[in-house]
Design a protein around this ligand. Structure first.
Ligand code: F6P
Length: 418
């Protein structure tokens, strides 16, 4: 069946942990759709908005509001940790999605998320086919963890990498200036779940300006080696600056710290490894220390975002809409690194949703130095181009002029979903 643009609407939703630039991808989708006369309905709180028919009408957003998405962190439409798993067990949910999409003439499903969310996009595309409903499903990558396969990087990661490198650099300068009579050790905990991409970014600082020890989830934590290295740094430099990834495990594979809570995707909630390391330093070395957990501060730090990140997140949003309009179903849009006039650039590409769903890309072994505490030149070559350029938000009265959506919802057409 051929529909006019009037009958072909797009659904866009944000899923999983948000990033400083996920809204830039949303802006790309909406801008591209407006040029083609397509209406974009955004799910309130991700796919949950589709289940409960809470669809935000982005056609009611002004040009300025859409433009403001480009420089506003977090998820403007709300995100979710909600997993659609087995198509038989959750048949009711899947059928409901199609019911809502049918009622609002939604033919394009654009899902902006990480590996678990690409799995949801894949399953939605399968169920639509099974139910003979014409729906084009396209995944848009995002995750600060940078653990998605098939794309050179995941939007969100470069900005967090930049924040972590800068924060470690600044805190290390503070430490170096106090260490002769006061604090000797500083520990910064960063996110990244099971992979050390974010922690690795701390290795980008110039020699003498950053952390001397990085603890990666890819390297089993050896207490003896670690404490020996701390002692050595304090002896040689007067201080020791440490960056630790939340996902570090001991030699038996146990997380050094996990809250015990699990999210809807079955992941353990991590966090709290910095105080664990701090305790160790207190008990075994009796050194004065400070520790910090960058937590949501890193994930929302749009004020120091990477320009590369903002631009590519936006480009992917635009490209995803283009791909959907071409009827290319079951793909995730990707970034491919290449060189033009001696400059690194990124081009857009495509990967199968089935190929990226539920996968985790770890830091390659040759990105980690032999001592297990630093990154290699190869890692720097990959990471450095990602943090290039600044894309400051506009400021008003000394603060970033971020935007909060006053959502206008579509009128409901279906019965309530229980
Ligand atoms: O997946 C991104 C991420 O920020 C991880 O680095 C972190 O472990 C997790 O999300 C935290 O998720 P939540 O905010 O749901 O606890």
């Amino acid at each position: 069946m051929v529909y006019s643009n009037r009958d072909n609407n797009a659904f866009y939703a944000q899923s999983g942990g948000v990033t400083p630039v996920i809204n830039a991808s949303a802006a790309g989708v909406i801008m591209a759709a407006r040029q083609k006369g397509i209406k974009v309905y955004a799910g309130a709180d991700g796919i949950i908005g589709a289940l409960h028919e809470q669809l935000i009408d982005t056609t009611k957003m002004s040009e300025q509001e859409v433009a403001a998405l480009r420089y506003t962190p977090a998820g403007a439409f709300g995100s979710c940790r909600f997993k659609l798993t087995d198509m038989q067990k959750q048949a009711k949910e899947y059928r409901r999605l199609i019911e809502v999409f049918k009622a609002h003439k939604i033919r394009y499903f654009l899902y902006n998320g990480g590996g678990d969310s690409q799995d949801t996009a894949h399953k939605v595309s399968q169920i639509a086919q099974e139910m003979a409903y014409p729906l084009v499903c396209v995944g848009i990558p995002k995750t600060i963890d940078n653990d998605l396969y098939a794309t050179d990087f995941s939007p969100g990661f470069p900005s967090v990498a930049k924040y972590v490198a800068i924060s470690s650099m600044e805190a290390t300068l503070d430490l170096a200036s106090m260490c002769s009579s006061s604090t000797k050790v500083f520990i910064l905990e960063v996110m990244g779940r099971h992979t050390g991409w974010i922690a690795a970014a701390a290795g980008l600082t110039p020699v003498g300006f950053g952390a001397q020890i990085i603890l990666f989830p890819e390297v089993a934590f050896n207490q003896e080696h670690f404490l020996a290295r701390v002692k050595e740094c304090v002896k040689n430099y007067g201080y020791c600056s440490i960056v630790v990834s939340e996902g570090v495990r001991d030699t038996s594979g146990q997380f050094l710290s996990a809250s015990g809570n699990k999210d809807a995707f079955g992941h353990q909630q991590l966090g709290g490894v910095a105080p664990y390391i701090a305790r160790l330093i207190q008990e075994k070395l009796k050194l004065k220390h400070h520790w910090a957990v960058s937590d949501y501060l890193q994930r929302s730090a749009r004020h120091i975002a990477s320009k590369v990140d903002v631009e590519q997140a936006y480009a992917l949003g635009k490209f995803a809409l283009k791909v959907a309009l071409k009827g290319i179903n079951g793909k995730m849009v990707t970034l491919e690194r290449s060189k033009k006039n001696n400059k690194i650039i990124w081009e857009t590409g495509l990967a199968e949703l089935a190929q990226v769903a539920n996968q985790e890309k770890h830091l390659p072994a040759d990105y980690i130095a032999a001592n297990g505490f630093e990154i290699t030149e190869k890692a720097k070559k990959y990471l450095l181009p990602l943090i290039q350029g600044e894309a400051y938000p506009p400021y008003h009265q000394g603060l970033p002029a971020y935007f909060r959506l006053n959502a206008k919802f579509l009128k409901k057409k279906c019965t309530d979903f229980v």
